[in-house]
Ligand binder design. Sequence first.
Ligand code: DX5
Ligand code: ZN
Length: 225
Amino acid sequence: MRQPVRIAPSILSADFARLGDEVRAVTAAGADYIHIDVMDGHFVPNLTIGPAVVNALRPHSKCVFDVHLMISPADPMIPAFAEAGADIITVHPEAGPHLHRTLQLVRSLGKKPGISLNPATPIEAIAHVVEDVDLVLVMTVNPGFGGQSFIMSQIEKIRRLRTLIDATAARTGRAIDLEVDGGINADTAPLAIAAGADVLVAGTATFAGGPERYAANIRQLRGAP
Ligand code: DX5
Ligand code: ZN
């Protein structure tokens, strides 16, 4: 059950002083998801944005709000992000002791749960919960910062996840997004797509060159002429 390629600009690379304008601009430029990187300075060595900012951005776009939580613990903050307007809420298995409970919490709030795998986290971490998620995110950099280089060893992980997701979807009849995040650009996007990714997060590559370039940048990542 292969879905079309969708592009998720990471607003980590946007101009934080003009975030509403930036979200409107990438929406108009053809973004499918708005990827929102939430960092706590504890689970990852950087500190970004919280639910108040998600709430403030919500009226600026009809795109899916794809909220990537790099925080530990995640559970206490999940209701606030749901309330703020997140559509997908993705967590890392290392962020808490009860991953299944966390995914059920997201689902109980009417949102789509996702799981994010760090470069060193094995696929087996999700083996028993894959039927409970709507998205699997493969980190192709170590989480914390934009502008890092794509880690090639993750291509094999994407391939293996494609097989796992296809087998799961055949059983359940429900599509699961396979998203890649980190170092996605015109060179690495085709590799990720060929390996089976169908949602590409891109911060640096989307926002490069300013608003007049956003539509062309997104088209190029999608592989469109
Ligand atoms: C890293 C974040 C990414 C990051 C991607 O922790 O999860 O979403 O913003 O940035 P680029 O596309 O610049 O690698
Ligand atoms: Zn991210």
